[in-house]
Design a protein around this ligand. Structure first.
Ligand SMILES: [Fe+2]
Length: 344
């Protein structure tokens, strides 16, 4: 029976509002239009203009290379095909009977196709290698969260939820893609430092003594130390270090306030509290959301950055519900997967 098991790594990332592929196609189309128009209208009679005409012809490899780098082999071949549709009639009709010129120009067209094949193949390999590295990196992050989840159950689901929530809120704040990547990773790994907190404190059912709280409060620094050892996670380590700071300076471990707290940590603080409120209330989801909104608004300027709270309040309830459902679906499919994979 086919198993529906959504890839967990897809929950670490977020569909950013980026329109990059469209922008890139527009760029390729613009270059093609300019080249074709300039090539078509540049006169061939006078010697100087003929040089320009010839130079323009040599530039037809440029959109092919761009298509290869941005989209891979098949799109590069598509662009080469498009160029051929323009180029072949140009050779046959405009240079009728001039066989040497026909061969010369067909040779140039062949170079365009060769460029498409070579650049497309290499770019495709490069893309695959980068994807493999990214997947391995995400696998390492998930493994770190799973290690903590093995000790403190449900940590992984909470981490996945706050990671998705953080990215949704960051999107509302129009944070750039790089900062969003750092935030997504930091949110996922925010409590990884709890690996260094002894079991008798981490799993204690009752309230903690002052000394035990002291140990517990070391987890942001431990988390930072763990993540600093991975060079790609250095920025995320700083967000993790600051994830329990409060906007008014009453948080820990350093008592940072306002803009001294990294923006990612200020965003994370809101969604962490939000997830705790909506996850621990036994009543209806809509009531939970309304309650959460009120409580977060009430802590604006004290626990939370007012600008982040304002953005949070602008996110419609449906978005939070949809993200929560996505994570719940992941949990259900993993439970089925675990049962089917466990020994009889
Ligand atoms: Fe924490």
């Amino acid at each position: 029976m086919p198993r529906h098991n959504p890839d967990i790594s897809s929950f670490v990332t977020y569909q950013h509002r980026s329109s990059a592929p469209i922008g890139r196609w527009v760029c390729i189309a613009a270059i093609l239009i300019v080249l074709i128009a300039a090539h078509w209208w540049s006169p061939v009679e006078t010697h100087q203009w003929h040089v320009v005409h010839l130079l323009l012809r040599k530039l037809f490899f440029l959109p092919v290379v761009l298509a290869a780098i941005w989209f891979g082999l098949w799109r590069a071949l598509f662009v080469a095909g498009f160029i051929s549709v323009y180029y072949v009639p140009h050779i046959v009709l405009q240079w009728q009977g001039q066989y040497t010129e026909n061969i010369n120009q067909l040779g140039e067209l062949g170079t365009v196709w060769l460029t498409a094949i070579l650049a497309g193949t290499f770019a495709q390999r490069e893309m695959r290698a980068l994807r493999d590295i990214a997947e391995t990196h995400q696998g390492v992050l998930i493994a770190l969260v799973s290690a903590l989840d093995a000790r403190e159950h449900d940590t992984q689901l909470h981490s996945l939820r706050v990671s998705q929530f953080s990215l949704r809120l960051a999107d509302e704040l129009r944070m750039d893609a790089a900062s969003m990547g750092v935030l997504g990773e930091a949110a996922l790994l925010h409590d990884v430092g709890k690996i260094g907190v002894p079991d008798e404190i981490l799993l204690k059912p009752g309230s903690l003594s002052e000394e035990e709280w002291g140990k517990m409060r070391e987890h942001p620094a431990i988390g930072r130390r763990i993540l600093k050892s991975i060079s790609r996670l250095e920025d995320a380590a700083e967000v993790v270090y600051a994830h329990h700071e409060h906007y008014d300076g009453s948080g820990y471990p350093r008592g940072l306030n306002g803009q001294y707290i990294p923006l990612g940590a200020r965003v994370f603080a809101v969604v962490d509290a939000f997830d705790a409120i909506i996850s621990n209330r036994p009543y209806e989801r809509a009531m939970k959301l309304a309650d959460a909104r009120k409580r977060i608004e009430a802590a604006s300027g004290s626990h939370f950055d007012p600008r982040v709270v304002e953005a949070f309040l602008n996110v419609p309830d449906e978005d939070w519900i949809e993200l929560s459902r996505k994570i719940e679906a992941l949990d259900r499919s993993r439970a089925v997967d675990d049962r089917s994979g466990s020994p009889e």
